[in-house]
Design a protein around this ligand. Structure first.
Ligand SMILES: Nc1ncnc2c1ncn2[C@@H]1O[C@H](COP(=O)(O)OP(=O)(O)O)[C@@H](O)[C@H]1O
Ligand SMILES: O=P(O)(O)OC[C@H]1O[C@](O)(COP(=O)(O)O)[C@@H](O)[C@@H]1O
Ligand SMILES: [Mg+2]
Length: 404
């Protein structure tokens, strides 16, 4: 990775950049947009937003963000979800051919795409398309995703807040279930993250006692075995009288078949809608064990819940937006912007090295025998999530061991 010190020269200052938000939103994606807008203002750069990303570009739906006042930028910073509207429109050859021309028509010399690993792939093919069309266009990827699956980054803006939501939800659902264990004994909680288990693993932060939720965590990185799963649920139930199991939405069997995927999950464009594992597994538990089990989906709230925003994540999301503008002003192109060694420096990774690739949870962060995350993972995770409140009271804390 090449380390770049931000030194702006008094030469030519580019006049206009185009910004878009693509892929799934996050609770802090607008902090990045706020960072871009404010750094553009500091440098007298005009900044135009594409409404619903490339769909907006094709339809001519463009919004000028250059004149937002400080209070409005602060409100933007505070707002979850993608302010500009997002898109998952697949970029076909004919769309790709049009993009450089349409951006040029808007006067854009730079294109900043705030997105995940799919977006980085898109950014690279747009950069190549611009070169094919002989259009001078600097394309930069600005990382965001709740999945934390972008290679080359310590952590991705969006992940820390989603991780905090997941950990809080799993802890509170566990407390709810423990209270209700005479009625219902097992909850299977499905967590987003596509085919990697960073977010599912984040549930491990909720556990402050061996008896506390989550009792078992299943990551997509490990082949899923139904018989093993049933015996692990049974064992935990016999020990604690209730079981919270967390599954990453991308869990799959040894042969690669997804666990419980709906037949509608494959889209025409080849991408996949995840979901269904928890429902399937709760049915499996109900059929194979003498307990009552329920599936729980943490819903879209995990990628947009304002109250769970991590302050570290907010700040990093804002900073990466500012750094992206610095990189643009420095003439960088066809790269993803990453943090540097200090607040004012950035580093770059070629888009072709990160686009469409996936970063898995390393084996050192997960114990496949206990189905728990390791202390090393929790140490890493705490930096992304920030302060964590363990002040809940249980009967255990006042010296009473609840009967199983
Ligand atoms: N293989 C691809 N071919 C063409 N366009 C792609 C491809 N992968 C991603 N894109 C573009 O990038 C956008 C965002 O990618 P997606 O995977 O949905 O989210 P993320 O960037 O958050 O990973 C897609 O809507 C599409 O416009
Ligand atoms: O239903 P959709 O549109 O596929 O959105 C859900 C997906 O989006 C995400 O929340 C975020 O994914 P991206 O960052 O790759 O866009 C995934 O965790 C999840 O699988
Ligand atoms: Mg992605």
């Amino acid at each position: 990775m090449q380390e770049v010190l931000h030194k702006r020269e008094n030469g030519k200052i580019p006049k206009t950049i185009i910004v878009a938000q693509t892929g799934g939103p996050s609770a802090v994606i607008n902090c990045t947009l706020a960072g871009i807008v404010s750094r553009c203002q500091e440098n007298q750069v005009k900044v135009l937003g594409l409404v619903n990303a490339f769909e907006g570009l094709l339809a001519g739906n463009i919004v000028d963000l250059s004149g937002l006042d400080a209070e409005t930028i602060q409100r933007l910073y505070s707002t979850p979800g993608a302010f500009l509207g997002s898109s998952r429109l697949q970029l076909t050859a004919s769309i790709l051919k049009k993009i450089p021309y349409l951006i040029k028509k808007l006067g854009g010399e730079g294109l900043l795409l705030i997105g995940g690993n799919g977006t980085m792939f898109a950014a690279h093919i747009i950069s190549e398309a611009a070169k094919m069309e002989n259009t001078a266009l600097q394309v930069l990827g600005v990382p965001k995703t709740i999945d934390n699956d972008i290679v080359g980054l310590e952590r991705t803006p969006g992940f820390g807040s989603a991780a905090k939501y997941v950990a809080q939800a799993v802890r509170d659902i566990g407390i709810d279930l423990e209270a209700m264990k005479t009625f219902e004994q097992v909850r299977i909680i499905e967590v987003m993250g596509r085919s990697v288990g960073w977010l599912a693993a984040a549930a491990g932060l909720a556990k402050n006692h061996p008896a506390a939720s989550p009792h078992l965590i299943y990551l997509p990185e490990q082949p899923f075995d139904e018989n093993e799963f049933i015996s692990e649920i049974k064992r935990a139930y016999e020990k604690y009288g209730f079981v919270v199991a967390v599954v990453g939405e991308g869990v799959k069997y040894q042969d690669g078949t997804p666990v419980g995927a709906s037949p509608f999950a494959e889209l025409d464009n080849g991408s996949r809608i995840y979901g269904g594992a928890a429902n399937y597994l709760a049915d499996l538990v109900n059929n194979r064990l003498d307990v009552r089990a329920r599936a729980q989906d943490l819903t879209m709230a995990q990628r947009c819940f304002k109250l769970s925003r991590s302050p570290v994540d907010e700040k990093e999301a804002y900073t990466i937006g500012q750094l992206a503008v610095n990189a643009f002003l420095d003439g960088c192109d066809d790269s993803m912007v990453c943090y540097g060694m200090s607040e004012d420096t950035y580093s770059l990774l070629p888009l072709s090295d990160v686009g469409g690739k996936e970063k898995s949870v390393p084996t050192a962060y997960y114990d496949k025998h206990t189905k728990q995350v390791t202390p090393a993972f929790l140490e890493w995770l705490r930096l992304a999530v920030g302060d964590w409140d363990y002040s809940y009271l249980t009967l255990r804390d006042i010296g009473y061991e609840r009967p199983r």
